[in-house]
Design a protein around this ligand. Structure first.
Ligand SMILES: *[C@@H]1O[C@H](CO)[C@@H](O)[C@H](O)[C@H]1NC(C)=O
Ligand SMILES: *[C@@H]1O[C@H](CO)[C@@H](O)[C@H](O)[C@H]1NC(C)=O
Ligand SMILES: *[C@@H]1O[C@H](CO)[C@@H](O)[C@H](O)[C@H]1NC(C)=O
Ligand SMILES: *[C@@H]1O[C@H](CO)[C@@H](O)[C@H](O)[C@H]1NC(C)=O
Length: 209
């Protein structure tokens, strides 16, 4: 009696163990479901949080203005047929956001004068603009004008040329610890009238992103 009562709890315990194991096995799929649900919930909450951050911060696109344009270091060839020089533009990248910092990961430029695009020199390491801050960038390229009638001295003193520049690259917004995914940005600066150095009209660029 005593031995059986001793052994009984033992078997009971074993059964309990097995039962526990069985229930563990049974619970595993529901646990996996629970984890999947949890992951899904986390994703939903996080994307909701990002949406809320986006809605609160409402990052505005940068405002880009060509402040000045010059034709410098010009030379005229013998015979007055060729005018060579450098077109230099001072471009201001302004961040109109109250809270978001704008990062420019890459920024390349091309102009109506040269087909070749190039990384803007001062941007090799990327740059950023703090809220209400701005960054001034000079973009210059060589330009040659040619006229078979030898009018270049007159052209240099009285003429004007109209240029356009295209900037394109990748930007990100940062607000606190949150950073947006990089997105492509295109900046068209057209109708830049140069030569009349002192009357260059600051020109607002079109931003597409
Ligand atoms: C223009 O000429 C000056 C003096 O010769 C030189 O220092 C400068 O680098 C030149 N600028 C360009 C854009 O070539
Ligand atoms: C080039 O233009 C200058 C200034 O107008 C003039 O003095 C010179 O004679 C011209 N040269 C030629 C070869 O036409
Ligand atoms: C930007 O310019 C750099 C250097 O000239 C070049 O390697 C890169 O491919 C350009 N980026 C794009 C998007 O064209
Ligand atoms: C851009 O060029 C102008 C005129 O040469 C100069 O005064 C200015 O300091 C330059 N700015 C930058 C950011 O290089």
């Amino acid at each position: 009696m005593a031995s059986s009562s001793k052994s009984k709890p033992l078997t009971d315990h074993k059964e309990e163990d097995q039962a526990a194991k069985k229930s563990e096995k049974k619970q595993l799929p529901s646990q996996a479901r629970y984890i999947a649900f949890l992951v899904l919930a986390i994703i939903v909450v996080m994307s909701l949080a990002m949406g809320i951050i986006w809605a609160v911060v409402k990052p505005k696109r940068p405002k880009i203005v060509v402040e000045n344009g010059y034709f410098i270091n010009s030379t005229i060839s013998h015979g007055n047929t060729t005018l060579s020089g450098w077109l230099l533009f001072e471009v201001n990248f302004y961040n109109p956001n109250k809270k978001a910092t704008i990062y420019y990961d890459t920024l390349n430029a091309s102009s109506s004068f040269s087909d070749t695009t190039k990384n803007v020199e001062s941007l090799n390491a990327g740059f950023n603009t703090t809220p209400h801050g701005s960054c001034a960038i000079n973009y210059s390229y060589k330009a040659d004008f040619w006229s078979m009638y030898g009018h270049m001295p007159k052209y240099r003193s009285h003429g004007h040329i109209i240029q356009s520049i295209l900037f394109y690259g990748k930007i990100r917004f940062r607000f606190g610890n949150w950073k947006s995914q990089p997105r492509a940005i295109k900046v068209y600066c057209s109708n830049l009238v140069v030569f009349t150095r002192h009357t260059f009209k600051p020109t607002l660029c079109t931003v597409d992103y």
